[in-house]
Write a protein that binds this ligand. Structure first.
Ligand SMILES: Nc1ncnc2c1ncn2[C@@H]1O[C@H](COP(=O)(O)OP(=O)(O)OP(=O)(O)O)[C@@H](O)[C@H]1O
Length: 284
């Protein structure tokens, strides 16, 4: 598999895409985060976005979720161009796109049950008896029906993630975006989360996007992987195809090798330049 050039036509894996990103460019100040990036997220699959720290993975999720706008290019989600939607339409779309952040962000003063029931109470007019049935179904799906009376402070890190996941599926979204779902968890908890993400994706007919540094866990459930770095897609393919990639960059990233083409330094002026400045009057 060869590295993808900017604007190259992307071969879509199996299913038709739920999300397409075309010619996406985005800057933070003078820093280019994305330049002419193309990618496609197939429906019903688990797609992983991986790459070095600070490369823009979370930013990409926020662009897809319409929280920030691209400088150029377009992002279509289920046929709608996200940044062309009006406020109300974007709100409706967002209800169908769950985003699960690393922190989980449970409401600390609500029980597990009330956390999961919260979006149903907030966004539907269902009677409480229906809400109870739906909430118990979501809690059962993540194995926490028996823990529904606990408060977030009484949960382990893994249980908190599962509770947040139950809340994220409360409104039956079409997709879930996971930002670092495994970080800080022990190997067994990671295994539980990996299995849960796969099971929920398939059982509920979801489309999942996972942003993660945990290569082994992510590669074990992803149907397709995009590797991004320095503003563009470096490579993409199934985990099996990427495993056999001849790219030194891909090999370095997937096998966590300390040496390789990936640069260790954040972009900076030359060292000599900085040292010279340090002696000059500007910083005195
Ligand atoms: N609100 C912001 N304002 C300015 N710069 C930002 C902001 N958010 C992120 N950045 C910068 O954008 C770049 C991409 O950040 P982002 O969080 O998307 O990276 P990431 O790939 O998710 O990183 P990590 O893997 O470490 O979580 C970084 O250089 C970061 O410093």
């Amino acid at each position: 598999m060869s590295a993808v050039t900017h604007s190259a036509a992307i071969p879509i894996p199996d299913a038709a895409p739920l999300i397409t990103v075309r010619n996406l460019s985005f800057r933070r100040g003078s820093r280019i985060i994305f330049e002419n990036v193309d990618l496609a997220i197939p429906r019903g699959k688990i797609t992983a976005i991986m790459g070095p720290s600070g490369t823009g993975k979370t930013t990409l999720l926020r662009l897809i979720g319409g929280q920030i706008r691209p400088d150029a290019g377009r992002i279509d989600v289920d046929g709608a161009c996200v940044h062309e939607l009006g406020r109300r339409e974007l709100y409706q779309l967002r209800k169908r796109m769950s985003m699960l952040f690393q922190s989980g962000a449970l409401f600390t003063d609500l029980s597990v049950y009330d956390n999961v029931a919260f979006p149903l109470r907030e966004h539907t007019r269902l009677p409480e008896s229906f809400i109870r049935t739906l909430t118990l179904m979501k809690l059962e799906a993540v194995g926490l029906r028996g823990a529904r009376h606990l408060m977030p402070s009484e949960l382990s890190g893994g249980m908190a993630r599962r509770a947040a996941l139950a809340r994220a599926i409360a409104l039956d979204p079409m997709m879930i975006m996971y930002d670092e779902p495994f970080s800080g968890q022990d190997p067994i908890t990671m295994g539980v989360l990996v299995k849960l993400i796969r099971t929920l994706n398939d059982a509920l007919g979801l489309t999942s996007i996972i942003v993660s540094h945990d290569v082994k866990e992510t590669a074990s459930i992803a149907d397709y992987i995009y590797l991004i770095s320095d503003g563009s897609v470096v490579d993409h393919g199934t985990p099996q195809a990427l495993e056999h990639s001849r790219s030194g960059w891909v090999e370095q990233f997937l096998h966590a090798l300390p040496d390789g083409p990936m640069s260790f330094h954040y972009p900076a002026p030359t060292y000599a330049h900085d040292l010279a400045l340090a002696e000059g009057p500007a910083l005195a």
